[in-house]
Write a protein that binds this ligand. Structure first.
Ligand SMILES: NC(=O)C1=CN([C@@H]2O[C@H](COP(=O)(O)OP(=O)(O)OC[C@H]3O[C@@H](n4cnc5c(N)ncnc54)[C@H](O)[C@@H]3O)[C@@H](O)[C@H]2O)C=CC1
Ligand SMILES: Cc1cc2nc3c(=O)[nH]c(=O)nc-3n(C[C@H](O)[C@H](O)[C@H](O)COP(=O)(O)O)c2cc1C
Length: 165
């Protein structure tokens, strides 16, 4: 049975996922995009994966820099997600938030729920996308009352289980 794109996307719209802004900086310059296709791979060595469409304007920058930071968003950061998910010029995307620098030199979003600073260790191309396997070298966390999920083509706030004091 062959599955058409619409059937695939309609079904994938039911698979909720965290929303992340993936950033890079280095010899090829600074870039960032929104990604929901992010997944934990192994904790030894700490590794995650990011799927990046090779037709995205940011693709050459990420493939040349070989380093990236995965910034997982909290509720309230939907507008930033839309900026990094659209056709907005790169300077405008970065001007909309405060950034720090992680160990790799990639921009770390101040106020992200979690930021994973990584070097790209392996790339596998499947269809339209590159799967970037990323070895994590530093993590910053910023506990926030609500996380953010992309589900059924819109954002949803998700309450965190914060410790009571
Ligand atoms: N993995 C990806 O490349 C994703 C890309 N997007 C981009 O955002 C746009 C809007 O997304 P939605 O509002 O969720 O509606 P949509 O109907 O375009 O997509 C529904 C779901 O299908 C999957 N999907 C969409 N485009 C894909 C692609 N090119 N390759 C693999 N999976 C894909 C994602 O899980 C997405 O949430 C998409 O058309 C796409 O351009 C969104 C989510 C994931
Ligand atoms: C909620 C959301 C999730 C997205 N997830 C992905 C993803 O996982 N991988 C991807 O390649 N593009 C994803 N996109 C699309 C990219 O963010 C977009 O293509 C990127 O900003 C590059 O756009 P540009 O070519 O205009 O620079 C997503 C967009 C949105 C709004």
């Amino acid at each position: 049975m062959s599955i058409d794109n619409t059937t695939f996307r309609d079904a994938m719209a039911c698979v909720g996922a965290a929303v992340n802004i993936i950033t890079t900086d280095g010899p090829a310059g600074r870039a960032g995009f929104t990604a929901s296709a992010v997944c934990s791979v192994t904790d030894s060595p700490p590794t995650l994966l990011v799927c990046l469409n090779r037709s995205a304007s940011v693709w050459p920058v990420f493939s040349n820099n070989q380093a990236l930071c995965v910034n997982t968003l909290a509720a309230g950061q939907e507008a930033l997600s839309n900026l990094f998910g659209g056709k907005t010029p790169m300077d405008e995307r970065f001007a909309a938030a405060r950034w720090q620098q992680g160990e790799t030199g990639c921009p770390r979003l101040a106020g992200a729920l979690a930021s994973f600073d990584c070097y790209i260790s392996q790339v596998v191309s499947v269809g339209t996308h590159d799967i970037l396997f990323c070895q994590i070298v530093d993590i910053a966390r910023h506990p926030t009352p609500e996380g953010l999920v992309w589900f059924d083509r819109r954002y949803h706030a998700l309450p965190a289980n914060l410790p009571t004091v």
